[in-house]
Write a protein that binds this ligand. Sequence first.
Ligand code: ATP
Ligand code: MG
Ligand code: MG
Ligand code: MG
Length: 477
Amino acid sequence: MKTSEIRSRYLDFFAKFDHTVVPSASLLYNDPTLLFVNAGMVPFKPYFLGDEPSPYKRAVSVQKCVRTLDIDEVGKTTRHGTFFQMLGNFSFGDYFKEGAINYAFDLVTGAESAGGWGFDADRVWVTALHGDNETIDLWQQAGIPRERIQERGLKDNYWHMGIPGPGGPCSEIYIDRGPEFGADGGPEADEDRFLEIWNLVFQSEELSAVRAKDDFDVLRPLPAKNIDTGSGLERVALLKQGVANMYEIDEIRPVIDKASELSGRRYGADPADDIRFRVVADHVRSGLMLMTDGVSPGNEARGYVLRRLLRRVIRAMRLLGVQDPVLGELLPVSRDLMRVSYPDIDQAWERVSQSAQAEEETFRRTLASGTVMFDTAVTEAKAARSTALPGAKAFQLHDTFGFPIDLTMEMASEAGLSVDRAKFDSLMKEQKDRARADAKAKKGGLSSHEAYRELREAGETPFLGYTDLGVTTRIRG
Ligand code: ATP
Ligand code: MG
Ligand code: MG
Ligand code: MG
């Protein structure tokens, strides 16, 4: 079953039950608490909170999502993309737990010939918040035996955005991929064998403070009891297509094949290379979707995320042995796969390809000038039997060659070294203080040289933005 068909089956199923089909919002949807949309519910938040009346009682969408929080998982787990599409059905004060559970069960286990996804009911496992007997009863009535319903704590089965806002208990649906994928014992025991495909959130409370996943204050019950669900399209696709991981589904795999063709290396021949192939395929697609929605590579928060994704593609391809420019080869492959669902890619294409090309040229110059110094620093550190690259070297790479610290850290880690980050940070701070003091002394403002320095330092704020990003995108962890 093609990814596009899984998506249309989802939309058709819920449209049949009177859900209004709502198009995906832009990844840059205007929610000041988020850098990117990271769940299907984001555009509906005001309706849950009662800030705005919802124009419909029921809605269904396929929402583009970016979760930078998952970047380090990409290519290593079978199931985390930086970009993915979240299928979601929503009820605004209309049906609640019973409706959500029955709809989900019917779609997941419904026969393919009748428009369902056709999963074997014996392979379905579900979770409920500890003590949520109503949910447990409803799943049993739907046909899931008690031994395949697991109760978990707030950490796993209470959903909130990681910030004040809507929240509620949730119930997740998992598919057992079989004993060859890991240990028995349900999702509680092994989330690789038991693949989470769908989260049903019972949006019923407003939180006034959130300190951790399982530590928050409830302000009030929401004006209505709502349903917010999210199912990962790529995860359903990987199961329906019988491939090993989400990067091998029909919408992504051809990018791996292109990378393999460019590098002359075979996907599946070497585990370290395979991770690189998957990172390339994932990031090319995220980059394409972000640029289509209007992001340009840069040093501010959103632009910096994009820059980092594109640069990781270029570096992964270098590690696969490709020195020539790659984005102009890889992006069109992803474009041809994604344009079917997102025709606006074609309108944006001219701008997207130019922007990517310019970024690749800039980065190639950066690498060309800094790599010799980086390699020398690594050789010296190793000769001195050190496990860390000195902070002063990282600073020099940043100051003279424009290597962002995360680039230095990634390259060092590939060479088996860490970076003396504390020293680097203190040198950065010294430099900043010096520039400030100079500026004050002159009163007349910054010299152009100093102004340039300040600008470059401003370029480092996104690095902080990164950790912030981790917090703001910490949704449904
Ligand atoms: P996981 O535990 O696997 O990280 P999650 O619990 O963080 O997933 P939710 O926040 O519940 O995920 O999101 C709803 C659904 O979206 C998940 O059930 C999953 O199918 C899908 N999903 C979440 N994160 C990703 C991702 N990084 N890539 C692809 N699909 C995802
Ligand atoms: Mg979940
Ligand atoms: Mg989960
Ligand atoms: Mg997660």
